[in-house]
Design a protein around this ligand. Structure first.
Ligand SMILES: Cc1cc2nc3c(=O)[nH]c(=O)nc-3n(C[C@H](O)[C@H](O)[C@H](O)COP(=O)(O)O)c2cc1C
Ligand SMILES: [Mn+2]
Length: 502
């Protein structure tokens, strides 16, 4: 087994695994699909293939990434941590010490070499070539997602550019607001690589947009790699199979051969438009702002091409699992630079950049503060607004456990670090856009070497008594099959839960 080779293999797999529903009823790409998808995503429901979208010949696929199970199926891995392990293996390569080690090392090197994209001459993504007036975005079932959105938006694109100075490719997922049949806005935010390529160009930059990829390559477009690394390399590595690329028809770029649809075109440096409003993954509308205009020169596609889409909005949405994949896959790389990090968690409700919970092997006074600063200095994690640091034995994914440490171990006057720095483009809370306050909360144990009193020992039962009670449990005749443990409110929507939510 390997990850699906293209979108159709992926749809077939989802169908075999009972993870996809085909919707034959006619639906509207304006708002209706959003409401159906929102309910389905929040219920942990299946991927949806809308086969009859009003006004379009093309089917629309959505919620392909909406659950942990499907995300793991996409990578053909038992868990996202297993996907991360593949990278750990390569990143932590040591000089080989014996023959077996050497052979293993060579295999790993081969897996890196094999991840380079491969050029091909013929491609399914170019079965149909539309140029001039035939190339029209009106053909596609582009969604208007939320009531106050300015227009329909292409929401799941892989946007391909080249750095004009180095020729290095970049692939990023940047939404595109439809402006007409042959124009869109290009929403690459200020911290993003596609935008840097555009800024480095004199006059005009060629752009290709791949829609409907195999799930690993689609994911890779959203991965925050350093600028000089081609996201198609990461896709090839994670697939165990190079991404096949074909020369585009009207621009000097290579595009995925397996895509359902490719948009080719260019962006002129001085042509800007008002982009937005758009109901964003912050859960709020982002206000209109100037962004560059993408001009379409060609659409190439498969026959009966399937259009992929995603809805973002108040979390949790489908993108939660794309974010969780990044959280897991990038842990080994983060530990290369900050090895004292044991684990981290970016809560979905925090839209990923609002909060980072990190556990560390604390070794010296001020260690928690060192890690906060490391996070604020690390790639896209630098945009993190608040960092919570706990000790290595705390499970960062257990928010109650984290809350317990924050409550029990923090003296707010001493352990809260307030500073300033760059913030996410879309964050509406800071007074100024792009820049504002950051908070670090040190919830680790401290001690006299950090100027506090002696830290009290944590309560722990002895292993002997635990084993004894394990052994004798039946004898006591106590049933613990209760719906909620002591002090815990069930995650489901009981009356108390509803009251608290209000
Ligand atoms: C569904 C989805 C939509 C996204 N939309 C945008 C967007 O409109 N603009 C943007 O700059 N980043 C957006 N992102 C985040 C980028 O894809 C992500 O930061 C990626 O790393 C960008 O690639 P780059 O690092 O090569 O710039 C989106 C991510 C997802 C999962
Ligand atoms: Mn990039």
């Amino acid at each position: 087994m390997a990850p699906p080779s293209d979108l159709r293999a992926w749809i077939a797999l989802l169908e075999r695994e009972d993870e996809l529903v085909r919707v034959a009823a006619e639906v509207d790409s304006e708002l209706e699909i959003t409401e159906i998808t929102d309910r389905t995503v929040k219920a942990g429901g299946p991927a949806l293939l809308f086969e009859n979208v009003k006004g379009s010949e093309h089917s629309l696929l959505i919620n392909q990434f909406g659950t942990e199970r499907r995300m793991c199926m996409a990578f053909d891995a038992p868990s996202l941590d297993d996907v991360a392990m593949k990278l750990t293996d390569v990143l932590e390569m040591q000089p080989p010490s014996g023959l077996v080690d050497k052979v293993r090392g060579l295999q790993k090197l081969k897996s890196i070499a094999d991840s380079r994209p491969k050029s091909v001459r013929r491609a399914a993504s170019q079965e149909v070539v539309l140029e001039g007036d035939d190339a029209s975005l009106d053909l596609l079932p582009i969604q208007k997602c939320w009531p106050d959105d300015a227009a329909p938006f292409i929401t799941l694109p892989a946007v391909i550019t080249k750095d004009p100075r180095t020729g290095t490719r970049n692939v990023g997922m940047y939404r595109m607001q439809k402006l007409g049949p042959r124009a869109t806005a290009m929403h690459w935010q200020i911290h993003k690589d596609g935008r840097a390529d555009y800024l480095a160009t004199d006059g005009r930059i060629e752009v290709a947009v791949a829609l409907g990829l195999d799930p690993v390559t689609a994911y890779s477009a959203s991965a925050p790699l350093p600028k000089h690394i081609d996201e198609f390399m990461l896709a090839g590595f994670l697939r165990g199979e190079p991404v096949e690329l074909v020369q585009a028809k009207t621009v000097d770029l290579e595009v995925p051969a397996n895509a359902e649809i490719v948009l080719e075109g260019y962006i002129d440096k001085d042509e800007l438009t008002e982009e937005g409003p758009f109901g964003d993954h912050t859960g709020y509308y982002t206000p209109p702002e100037p962004f560059p205009v993408f001009r379409l020169t060609a659409i190439t596609m498969r026959r009966d091409a399937i259009y992929p889409s995603i809805v973002v909005g108040k979390p949790p949405q489908e993108d939660a699992w794309l974010g969780k994949a990044t959280e897991r896959i990038f842990l080994p790389a983060i530990r290369m630079t900050v090895p004292e990090i044991v684990d981290y968690d970016l809560p979905v409700a925090g839209a990923f950049h609002n909060c980072c919970i990190v556990s560390i092997r604390k070794a010296f006074p001020g260690h928690a503060q060192k890690v906060m600063h490391a996070i604020w200095g690390l790639g896209m994690l630098s945009l993190t607004k608040s960092v919570v640091v706990v000790d290595e034995w705390v499970d960062v994914h257990d928010y109650e456990a984290v809350m317990f440490r924050v409550g029990a171990n923090v003296d707010p006057a001493r352990d809260v670090l307030l500073t300033e720095g760059p913030l996410d483009h879309l964050d509406h809370a800071p007074t100024r856009q792009f820049y504002g306050g950051k908070m670090g909360i040190d919830a680790t144990h401290k001690g006299p070497d950090e100027g506090t009193r002696e830290w009290p020992p944590e309560i722990q039962m002895t292993p002997e008594v635990q084993a004894l009670v394990d052994r004798r449990w039946e004898e006591y005749g106590i049933s613990l099959d209760t719906p909620a443990g002591n002090g815990r409110i069930r995650q489901s929507s009981g009356p108390l839960r509803r009251l608290i939510r209000r």
